[in-house]
Ligand binder design. Structure first.
Ligand code: ATP
Length: 226
């Protein structure tokens, strides 16, 4: 479960990015977070990842308190989440397989687990045939699927996606969204930031939270008919 409790974030230059956010995201939910540029969406994500800490209030993530967390616990928090960015952030000189395997190596996974898990995850995102391609040889949609595979490989309890369809064409966006939906059906909680109103409308059966000037101004619950 993710809980924002009176969460305020004021940056050092005095910008009030979040002005008291109260939100609960339950396990298994799929939540869109939308809002205009500068509304505070990235700040919300940075708090989830402990890249920033709240100025006051707290964020509780699966029992971790972001405000009171010790530095040595941050890697454990990050292992509970997978993150997908708009710009993919793949390692350019590694093939698809290696990009995904690397995410397991850095947390000390055993080689035999890596050999078993990576092909499974690549098949889940439909990229088995591209395992030995370099990122530069892939389309935007394929690169985003690698980034999704990498985010999923350590079996996170939730996925954060920051404009995951921002750099792919509309057909690919639908493909990527179908994958996120499938992953959510398998039980992973998803928090997806997007500007894309068409996408939100199309997948309107998910919860939609709107942020404006650092506050939640609308919270439309999802329907259970997924
Ligand atoms: N490191 C920082 N230092 C100072 N101000 C910041 C910093 N990061 C963000 N801000 C400010 O905080 C506010 C919220 O920014 P944030 O990046 O969270 O918005 P956003 O909704 O993600 O916008 P976008 O859709 O453009 O990415 C903005 O006014 C922004 O200028």
């Amino acid at each position: 479960m993710i809980e924002f409790i009176d969460t305020v974030k004021i940056y050092d230059n005095g910008t009030k990015a979040l002005r008291g956010i109260n939100l609960t995201i339950n396990d298994g939910e799929f939540v869109f977070v939308r809002g205009a540029s500068g509304a505070g969406k990235s700040t919300l994500i940075k708090l989830l990842m402990h890249e920033e800490v709240p100025t006051s209030g707290d964020v509780n993530i699966n029992g971790f308190s972001v405000a009171n967390m010790k530095r040595r616990d941050v890697p454990f928090l990050r292992r509970t989440m997978g993150v997908v960015f708009q710009d993919f952030r793949l390692i350019p000189n590694m093939c698809v397989y290696e990009n995904v395997a690397f995410a397991m190596r850095v947390i000390g996974a055993r080689p035999q687990d890596i050999r078993r898990r990576v092909p499974y995850i690549l098949s889940l995102v439909g990229l088995s045939k591209k395992a030995h391609s370099q990122p530069s040889e892939l389309s935007g949609g394929e690169q985003q699927r690698v980034s999704l595979a990498r985010a999923l490989v350590n079996n996170p309890s939730f996925l954060i996606a920051d404009e995951p369809t921002g750099n792919v064409d509309p057909d690919m966006s639908v493909e990527i969204m179908e994958l996120f939906d499938e992953i959510n059906r398998r039980g992973t909680t998803i928090v997806m930031v997007t500007h894309d109103a068409t996408l939100v409308e199309r997948y309107g059966y998910h919860r939609v939270i709107t942020i404006e000037a650092g506050q939640v101004v609308q919270d439309i619950p999802g329907s259970a008919s997924v």
